[in-house]
Design a protein around this ligand. Structure first.
Ligand code: CO
Length: 138
């Protein structure tokens, strides 16, 4: 596989927030950007909003339950950057490559995220303590 073609771009930066409506209002007031898309993803226990910034997005995540991954993150670390998401052309190939490198992935198979996109998470232990999401670009 051609490693240099693995990532297409930085798709979004995910930020965990306690109050999605309040955070959206603040983001719009400070940076003049309103959400393009808002979605409740029950399988991940989040309500999320996507804010377009140039060719990338900021994703604000509010947990729907305290024991969801984002709910636990907020309890442990408070509000702040939660993950980086890279767009990939071929999600299965990217996962196969990472697994072959001995990387601990959270999702060995793609799952469906917000906006019906195919995604997978890579464990923060794999690189600099940063949770990485891979998003398949249609
Ligand atoms: Co994300």
């Amino acid at each position: 596989m051609t490693i240099e073609l693995l990532l297409i771009n930085l798709d979004h930066v995910g930020i965990a927030v306690r109050d999605l409506d309040g955070s959206l209002a603040l983001f719009e007031k400070l940076y003049g950007v309103s959400p393009m898309h808002r979605d409740r993803v029950e399988s991940q226990g989040v309500e999320e909003a996507m804010l377009a910034v140039g060719g990338s997005f900021v994703q604000l995540l509010q947990p729907t339950t305290d024991d969801s991954p984002v709910g636990r993150f907020l309890r442990k670390r408070g509000e702040g950057m939660h993950h980086l998401a890279f767009a990939v052309a071929d999600l299965e190939a990217a996962l196969r490559h990472l697994i072959s490198e001995g990387v601990r992935v959270i999702d060995e198979e793609p799952r469906i995220g917000g906006q019906g996109k195919r995604i997978a998470f890579v464990h923060p232990a794999a690189f600099g303590g940063t949770l990485i999401e891979l998003v398949e670009s249609p």
